[in-house]
Design a protein around this ligand. Sequence first.
Ligand code: SER
Length: 317
Amino acid sequence: MSNSRILVIGACGQVGTELVENLADKFGRDRVIASDIRDEANFDVPYLRLDVLDRNGVRQAVIDHEITEVYHLAAMLSATAEQKPDLGWQLNMDSLFNVLDLAKEGILKKIFWPSSIAVFGPTTPRQSTPQRTIIEPTTVYGISKQAGERWCEYYHDRWGVDVRSIRYPGLIGWKSLPGGGTTDYAVDIYHQALASGNYECFLNADTSLPMMYMSDAVKATMDIMQAPADQIKIRSSYNISAMSFNPDEVANSIRDHISDFGITYKPDFRQEIAGNWPASIDDQEARQDWGWSHSYDLDAMTTDMLENLAKLLKATD
Ligand code: SER
């Protein structure tokens, strides 16, 4: 591993922004390379413009920079992929093959690729959704993640590819803005609470979804990649969970800090997506197999989000 490096693909996204920092702290700035499709980005580690659909470009970058581990985070999320189904499918699937095939050839040693609660659908049990259950997704994003999970397991079982995956719930963080997800209301609501004291929500008040604070999500991502290979018993993707809440509950949590915070509801097409996803997730296998545990619940997250976003607002005043 002496000269080997870690490549984060999709580094400018919501997870990538924080993951790059954490990887650099743990492994050193010279060991991590951030990449995304943008021409430029602001990282403390080297940055590479990379189109993950450019199969040869990805291959060359991996060889040139002596990459052995890839965190492949580039994806089109649920709401955007419903608007652009063919592009969503192409981006989410072709990019995965571009990375998996480099591991099949033995060039890459380890891959992280996230799946999502979006693999579940209306026929899945909604409460404490088990690891193994009915999986009949109804969104392009969900179908692409379900197919991706099957391919990850196939590459592992057939060619010994060391690919590891978790099904992210809705992710909430203050360091970057999300884009195109159905769970993103739970990020925007904090921004609006501070900016205007009001939020118009695109989901109904009682739509509960599994959620996680970003620091927990980054920890899960790093932990599963550090675990000894024989502890990773599921090679499709692990359920992980931290908390579940609905928009009414997050609004109440905000009112502990901003007492006159107001919320109104104007559900749009994203309500149907959310209504077909689990309300809560059973993640006992991740806890047993590689020691997953979370730190943040809703109120702890609200306190941290508001504190950090307020500082950011002040700094940009
Ligand atoms: N947060 C994602 C979305 O809403 C789900 O994985 O699309």
